[in-house]
Structure formats: structure tokens, C-alpha cells
Design a protein around this ligand. Structure first.
Ligand code: HEC
Length: 180
């Protein structure tokens, strides 16, 4: 076995050497003329293609970024509109079938009217009920005020604002969430 393997290697080595010699001799004469144009042809598209792809990719990225920025700006304006509407509703009196929020709530710290001051309510709301987000607590306070009664205040005093549209409730929540 070993013998055969070795002779095979030898044959291959000799063949390889012969090929290498032949190749060198041949190339020395022909290579410069034949290789040059081929290289140029190959080189040109090779450098162009990635550049084109890159430009396209950069353009696509830029367009995508712009679209995202516009979307964000629109979302922000939407959010600002909602907050502005909420602020307006909060100060409206009456509001739907009930007295306006401002009748009973101040947004100044420490100013207690019929209900507690809502200054910093976004922060307080997050701590009122375990596992309930600030938004959810504020929403619940508006729609089901008796679900949680703030200590020191009588239950049933705040009316449930169930005649407001979902958008109006969203707006009030968005506005109160800015009172941090
Ligand atoms: C008639 C008076 C009255 C009106 C009008 C009223 N509230 Fe209240 N509100 C209260 C009282 C009293 C409490 C505290 C007792 C309770 O938790 O129900 C309260 C509690 C709250 C709380 C919880 C505060 C906290 O610290 O946890 C929020 C939020 C709230 N009101 C929002 C509103 C909003 C928004 C409006 C208008 C849509 C409104 N209230 C209208 C009397 C009122």
C-alpha cells in the first residue's frame, strides 16, 4: 500500500513540475499581450457594479430614513394635537353631561378643590394600583371613578364620564400624562 501511494505522489509531483515549467515558458511569451485587455475588461465592471449597488443602497436607506422621520413627525403632531384637545376638554365646563374637570381639579400643585390636585398625576397614577400603568389608571379614573377612591376623598363624588367618545378619553389621558 505505502509503496503504491508513494509512487503515485512521485508521478504527481513530476507531472506538476512538468506542467509548471510548460506554463512558465508559454506565459513568458504570450501573457502580457493576452492578459492585459482581459484584465481591463474584467476590472471595469467589477469596480462599477459595487459602486452602483452602494449608491442604490444609500439612496434606499436615505428614502427609508426620510419616510421614518416624516412618520415620526406626524405621530408627534398627532400626539400634540391629542394633548391640545385633552387640555381643551379638561378646561371645558360643562363637559358632556357632567361638570368639567376644572370644577373639581386644579393642575397647580397642592391646590385642592373638590377633588385632589392633578399636578404630577402622570407620576402618581403609575403608583396607585399595583400592575396598572399610569395611562390605564387615568383612563379608569375617568370612566369608572369608583374603581379606586383616593384616600381622604369620598367615593362617588366624581362622575363617570361615560358619554365621552373614545378619542376624547384618549385626549384627556394624553393631556394628564404630560403632568409629570
Ligand atoms: C364633581 C367633582 C369632580 C369632577 C367634575 C371631576 N373629578 Fe376627578 N376626582 C374627584 C374626586 C373627589 C376624586 C378623588 C376620589 C376618587 O378617587 O374618586 C377624583 C379623582 C380623580 C383622579 C384620580 C386622582 C389620583 O390622584 O389618583 C383623576 C385622574 C381624575 N379625578 C380625573 C378627572 C378628570 C379627567 C375629570 C374630567 C373629565 C374629572 N376628574 C372630573 C372629583 C371630580
Amino acid at each position: 500500500m505505502w509503496f503504491r501511494k508513494r509512487s503515485l505522489w512521485l508521478v504527481m509531483l513530476v507531472l506538476a513540475l512538468a506542467l509548471a515549467l510548460a506554463a512558465c515558458g508559454g506565459q513568458a511569451e504570450e501573457a502580457p499581450a493576452a492578459a492585459e485587455p482581459a484584465q481591463q475588461e474584467e476590472a471595469a465592471p467589477a469596480t462599477e457594479a459595487p459602486q452602483a449597488e452602494e449608491t442604490e443602497a444609500t439612496q434606499a436607506e436615505a428614502t427609508e430614513e426620510m419616510a421614518e422621520a416624516t412618520e415620526e413627525a406626524q405621530e408627534e403632531t398627532g400626539e400634540q394635537d391629542l394633548v391640545a384637545l385633552g387640555k381643551e376638554l379638561f378646561h371645558q365646563n360643562p363637559l358632556g353631561q357632567n361638570a368639567g374637570c376644572v370644577t373639581c381639579h386644579s393642575t397647580e400643585p397642592g391646590v385642592q378643590l373638590v377633588g385632589p390636585s392633578l399636578a404630577g398625576i402622570a407620576t402618581t397614577a403609575a403608583e396607585r394600583v399595583d400592575g396598572m400603568s399610569a395611562e390605564d389608571y387615568i383612563r379608569q379614573s375617568i370612566l369608572e371613578p369608583n374603581a379606586y377612591t383616593v384616600e381622604g376623598f369620598p367615593e362617588g363624588l366624581m362622575p363617570a364620564y361615560t358619554d365621552l367618545t373614545p378619542e376624547q378619553v384618549d385626549a384627556l389621558v394624553a393631556y394628564l400624562m404630560t403632568l409629570k
